[in-house]
Design a protein around this ligand. Sequence first.
Ligand SMILES: C[S@@+](CC[C@H](N)C(=O)[O-])C[C@H]1O[C@@H](n2cnc3c(N)ncnc32)[C@H](O)[C@@H]1O
Length: 280
Amino acid sequence: MTDQPTYGGGPVAYGIDTRTPTVARVYDYFLGGKDNYEADRELYRQIVEVAPEAPEWARANRRWLKQVVTWLAEDAGVRRFIDAGSGLPTAENTHQIAQGVNVESVVVYVDNDPSVVAHGRALLLDNNRTHFVAADLTKPAEVLAEPPIADLLAAGEPVALVMALMLHHLADHDETLAIARQYVDALPPGSFLAITHACKPGDGGAVDVLVSELQEKVKDAFPTLAFRSVEQISALFGGMEILDPGVVRLVDWHVPDGRVDEEPEPDVRDVIYGGLARKR
Ligand SMILES: C[S@@+](CC[C@H](N)C(=O)[O-])C[C@H]1O[C@@H](n2cnc3c(N)ncnc32)[C@H](O)[C@@H]1O
């Protein structure tokens, strides 16, 4: 993988609407970033009114990303990564983590938020093993045909597809299953799929109540946001082998053969669940 192609042109800079909150920018504010506007910060304030722990969910999600990408690069020997729904660049991004383990790792980011697309150009400058594709992930055939992704898959080597806090932005469950399935089908044998997703456990407990309040707060800004059950999230892996510890709250997640040092924390209100699966 020493001779890496460069994919000319780069992403198109779309107009950025600063008056309407976007998922990428609200999330950026959750992480303490600066790529956000007053509309994003106002929605943030409404969310933390009902869920003061929400910023910690975002931080936990980034810790999970670091854990999972490090494990994939170090222990599973994966050298090709697709970060689908990558969000705005923050402290430790997938290419920095993967290339920190092996400098030859190739990472392709995909996102369709105009602010993220604008930053995609800068990512291209980092090195010729990091690429950005501006595309709508609900159109798998188009995404899979994008040269950086098509080339990555054509090598036939294992690929790690990361879909962190992205699939829950697709409302219809059957459509989301079909979309995820097309990505799973395109992965070479030995590949991995890593997902984090907002969850409504469905047991009528405190987290279900919290989720209902959250849904009410964000329904106008993010009408397609879908909190799925553990079973529904598990189904998004399309029959791949879900590795230990399964699809669980991020507070309970650990790398597949990882030692668990801490006792589970039963009282933590955590609506973000994660899982990692391998394709045979
Ligand atoms: C909450 S952010 C998560 C960012 C990052 N994956 C993480 O977990 O830290 C969700 C990202 O998914 C992107 N996204 C949502 N729907 C998308 C779609 N249909 N196509 C491409 N990107 C999408 C948003 O623009 C946003 O940047």
